[in-house]
Design a binder for this molecule. Structure first.
Ligand code: ADP
Ligand code: MG
Length: 610
């Protein structure tokens, strides 16, 4: 080699320290990448308390103190060598990685581009080791006194690569990246206590505890009461975590967390699976909040597709999509009080080969016995994912509904139980706005307007297949519009006909109403249509919905029993029972909650606190 090196005039081998710096650049791109590697090392070392300290967005200092297992003097020296790792022994290990970092490159990379001080002590040693490394070269190694664990501080990142240091973004941006990494790691390990100090100020102090507590501490206490647990197991895949109720959705993607085998990943595909489960519950441009953990046999994932991009490949992508989708949909439908009557799969997914055919003959037998898989593959079985119906009088509920709405026929299969408790027949109305239904264990507070809005909304939705009955007007009612409104109404005539409005164009800018839906009071035809047109024009422009959906929502809200209307006991009972039959009895079409459940315990608490 030296011979060749001298001979060549054009090609030069890079000096070691430059080669190191180049390699380092792939692992450590910005302060946040060092933070991530250092936090992961502390977790791998079994720490129960981790303290992250940064100054000037990590450009001046990144320090991680942990109480993990520490390193012996020899390991402390070794850990800065490239490909020094205690986590892989054989090539087989690579395929079954459960720990987080495993490339043996992080510390070597950091040491190549910063001034590093390591202090570490294993449990059984009297003294610890202090090492100072700069530019990949060890400057100092000496004994030091400290408790069990490791303190690693990284100063002046990229001090020896000015081009890279200058390339860093503003302090705000780099701090944001660090914060993101911190949140992802802290989210995945709620059992570990974390502290985060930024420029001398403690910005997070996280006690160890359950995932829900961790989510609230990291994303905000205002999510309390808005987190819906997700828990599903299907043979080789397990899903758990929380999704938030639709009213916690936001216009930015920020609060979406997917972890695969406890590693944060980005997957547009899986995000889509979750978002689809919120269909009709949130606006098209809103993003649901979720924190979901998938546990998959590591042999079926290729998590290290790219070491820093957090992308991932699954062997049975479509299957996983379907499972995630169904798990979230189910969790949402159970949200608050009621499971939905339908959480069958998206038609597109239902026909995918990965759903209709198990992945290989050999695995087929195994998979067949899996209940979640069965529920995907057997048509109409998705209702029965869990508990069998407990409600005894479901036929009665249908009879009630049939009297009210004869077009609806009872389904062949029994619906899921809508409530697991029995209800008393007595209802109470408060302020002409809320209905109280009493149950064995407490009561339900129901917003009468929103409840009726949901009932009508679902009834109107079904009109695509089964148009509403029309009552003919005794005399046609005339409508006059300006040119713009004429065009608008013309484009709505078909949809309106489905919804029970028979309207005909009559001359240039006028129409006649020939018939109206059976449940609208005659005499209000003109008013109803004019109001509908007016609110259609002002329908919140942020929400992108198709024309028909808008109309249905508007009509449901327009026709629903208003606040301020007194209801008889029979009316309340009827409303309540119709609500029970809805697919989504707990949320209004706009995502607002319809009801709250209050247990006797809650009541007692209220009394004691007042
Ligand atoms: P990897 O984590 O991929 O093994 P690193 O370069 O991040 O590679 O770390 C190299 C080795 O140094 C680790 O395998 C581990 O043995 C040791 N190490 C690093 N950080 C710590 C720590 N905080 N506590 C104990 N050991 C550590
Ligand atoms: Mg590591």
């Amino acid at each position: 080699m030296p011979y060749l090196r001298n001979m060549s005039e054009v090609i030069q081998l890079l000096p070691d320290h430059i080669a190191n710096q180049i390699a380092a650049g792939e692992v450590i791109q910005r302060p946040a990448s060092a933070v991530k590697e250092m936090l992961e090392n502390a977790i791998d070392a079994g720490a129960t308390h981790i303290h992250l300290i940064i100054k000037d967005a990590g450009k001046e200092l990144i320090q991680v103190n942990d109480d993990g297992k520490g390193m012996s003097p020899i390991d402390a020296r070794m850990c800065f060598e490239r490909h020094a790792t205690s986590k892989i022994r054989t090539i087989d290990d690579l395929f079954e990685i459960r720990t987080m970092g495993f490339r043996g490159e992080a510390l070597a990379s950091i040491a190549a581009v910063a001034q590093v001080e390591l202090k570490t002590k294993p449990k059984d040693s009297e003294v610890g080791t202090r090492i100072v490394v700069e530019n990949s070269e060890v400057q100092i190694q000496e004994p030091c006194s400290m408790n069990q664990g490791t303190h690693l501080s990284v100063k002046n990142l990229f001090f020896n690569i000015p081009a890279r240091r200058n390339f860093l973004k503003s302090t705000t941006t780099e701090t944001r990246h660090i914060l993101d990494e911190f949140i992802r790691v802290a989210m995945a390990f709620p059992e570990i206590a974390f502290k985060f100090t930024n420029n001398g100020a403690d910005i997070f102090h996280l006690e160890s505890g359950k995932l829900k507590l961790r989510i609230l501490s990291l994303l905000g206490q205002n999510l309390n009461n808005k987190l819906v647990p997700v828990q599903e197991e299907a043979g080789f895949i397990q899903i758990q975590g929380f999704v938030a109720s639709p009213d916690a959705a936001s216009r930015t993607r920020g609060n979406q967390f997917f972890f695969v085998n406890n590693r944060f990943i980005k997957s547009a595909y899986l995000n889509h699976a979750v978002t689809q489960s919120y269909q009709n519950l949130i606006a098209k441009d809103e993003f649901p909040l979720f924190v979901l953990f998938l546990a998959i046999d590591p042999k079926r994932v290729d998590i290290n597709v790219h070491p820093t991009k957090q992308e991932i490949k699954f062997d049975e992508e479509k299957m996983i999509y379907a499972i995630v989708h169904a798990a979230v949909k189910r969790a949402l439908s159970q949200y608050s009080i009621a499971p939905s009557l339908d959480f069958s799969l998206d038609a597109n997914i239902e026909h995918l080969p990965s759903i209709t055919q198990p992945f290989s003959k050999q695995k087929q037998e195994h998979t067949k016995s899996d209940y979640l898989f069965q529920s995907f593959t057997e048509k109409g079985q998705a209702h029965f994912l869990d508990k069998k119906p407990k409600i005894a009088n479901w036929q009665e509920l249908y009879q009630v509904q049939q009297q009210l709405n004869p077009e609806v026929t009872a389904p062949e299969t029994k619906p899921e139980p809508v409530f697991e408790e029995s209800f008393q027949e007595e209802f109470l109305q408060i302020n002409k706005a809320y209905i109280i239904a009493t149950t064995k264990s407490g009561c339900l507070f129901i917003n009468q307007h929103l409840a009726h809005e949901r009932i009508l909304y679902e009834r109107y939705q079904r009109t695509r297949l089964q148009p509403l009955t029309i009552q003919k007007c005794l005399l046609p009612v005339m409508l006059e519009f300006n040119a713009v409104d004429t065009v608008m109404l013309e484009s709505m005539l078909d949809d309106l006909l489905n919804l029970g409005f028979e309207i005909e164009k009559f001359g240039q800018q006028s129409f006649t109403i020939q018939g109206i839906p059976a449940d609208i009071k005659p005499g209000k035809e003109k008013e109803t249509i004019e109001q509908l047109m007016e609110s259609y024009k002002h329908f919140s422009s942020e929400v992108k919905l198709e024309k028909r959906e808008k109309l249905i929502r508007l009509m449901a809200s327009q026709q629903a029993i208003p606040e301020g209307k007194k209801l008889s006991n029979a009316e309340m009972q009827e409303l309540f029972q119709q609500l029970l039959l809805c697919e989504q009895p707990s949320l209004a079409p706009n995502g607002k909650k319809i009801m709250a459940r209050i247990t006797s315990k809650d009541i007692e608490l209220l009394i004691q606190q007042s």
